[in-house]
Design a protein around this ligand. Structure first.
Ligand code: COA
Length: 331
């Protein structure tokens, strides 16, 4: 009988330090009103190395919460796949660091790099491994600490981006539901709309203590905005069509949390009212690969994900990459 991948636990971890829009007014030429109107973001979490809020630590905390909810011990994991572009080290992978922290000695561990789509790329990898029978139980994490590569002189990006981690435990089960399908796309023609480059790090005094790296994130926000709406809408429609589902059949959309205007435009294009779209970007900003698993955990613990509900996950990010997955919730 065909095995399906089912999510059986979710968890999140975000840094303690809250950076409000008001705080950003003291760093760059911006206003709370501009940031809220253009993006929907009110505050975000920024990691503090003096609190040991590393990429590995945030991932490990989120993973422990997901494992606890799933009732799974770390040594039962066959696979750990992590979507990130901001590992603590160039190598080894964050997944191997997390494997060590969890003592998940029986897992194979590796990272995938797909910008903000990293979590859905990682989930797709695990879904395929489960369907092939090469994996039974896996941990999938989306984590990023974009604060480590933000150019704090660039008001077009530093007001949007943030840090966090989310995790899910996935297990193989021949039963109905679980991940129904998963869809990935990329187009390298647009790589230069969002990338990290060489540059001299500048850290404003309010954020003293941030680790400095010698590369900054560059973004063509306006062009990316249009691409994001187009890509999210088309892959969400493809995913629904693939499963013979209409927009009325989708109970909850959990999209990548980049900008409320992008999310509203996508929802409009695919015919799903915002009452069925989960958003939390006002609290966390754009946490890149972490945004979907953080949202999924909040929706799950908030009682919005009930057994039998159809959930659409949809993301967009650097590469360009974009992805969608539809699942029937079975927790
Ligand atoms: N505060 C005040 N003004 C700002 C600002 C800020 N933080 N950032 C940019 N501006 C200014 C610009 O300099 C520009 O001024 P000008 O007209 O004098 O040149 C003006 O606001 C409009 O800029 P524009 O880039 O056209 O605004 P926008 O409506 O496109 O919104 C973004 C900007 C970045 C919010 C929007 O383009 C966006 O969200 N893009 C997608 C980003 C994204 O999601 N990236 C991650 C993908 S995973």
């Amino acid at each position: 009988m065909m095995q399906r991948a089912h999510i059986i636990g979710t968890g999140l971890s975000v840094p303690e330090r809250i950076l409000s829009n008001k705080d950003l007014e003291g760093i760059v030429d911006t206003t709370n009103e501009w940031i809220v109107r253009r993006s929907g973001i009110k505050e975000r979490r920024i990691s503090s190395p003096d609190r040991d809020e590393t990429t590995t630590h945030l991932s490990t905390q989120a993973s422990r919460r997901a494992l606890e909810m799933a009732g799974v011990c770390a040594d039962q994991l066959d696979m750990i796949v992590i979507g990130t572009v901001t590992s603590d080290c160039q190598f080894p992978s964050t997944a191997c660091m997390v494997q060590e922290a969890l003592n998940a000695e029986n897992a194979v561990a590796f990272d995938v790099s797909a910008g903000c789509s990293g979590f859905l790329y990682a989930l797709n990898t695990v879904n395929n491994a489960i369907q092939c029978g090469t994996c039974r139980t896996a941990l999938v994490v989306g984590v990023d600490r974009l604060s480590s590569i933000i150019n704090w002189l660039d008001r077009g990006t530093c007001v949007l981006l943030a840090d966090g981690a989310g995790a899910v435990v996935v297990t193989s089960n021949p039963g109905e539901g679980g991940i129904l399908s998963s869809h990935l796309k990329s187009n390298g023609k647009f790589w230069d709309l969002l990338y990290s480059s060489d540059g001299n790090a500048y850290t404003p005094s309010i954020l003293k203590g941030l680790s400095k790296k010698s590369f900054h994130l560059n973004m063509s926000g306006n062009r990316l905005f249009k691409q994001a709406i187009e890509c999210l809408s088309s892959i969400a429609k493809d995913a629904m069509k693939h499963n013979s589902l209409s927009s009325d059949d989708i109970d909850l959309v959990v999209p990548h949390q980049a900008n409320i205007r992008i999310i509203r435009a996508m929802a409009d294009n695919i015919g799903i009212p915002m009452t069925r779209v989960f958003t939390n970007l006002h609290k966390y900003g754009n946490t890149s690969s972490a945004s979907i698993p953080i949202a999924l955990d909040e929706a799950n613990r908030g009682g919005l994900l009930i057994r039998g509900k159809n959930v659409l996950l949809v993301s967009f990010g650097a590469g360009l990459t974009w992805a969608a997955s539809i699942m029937k919730w079975t927790m």
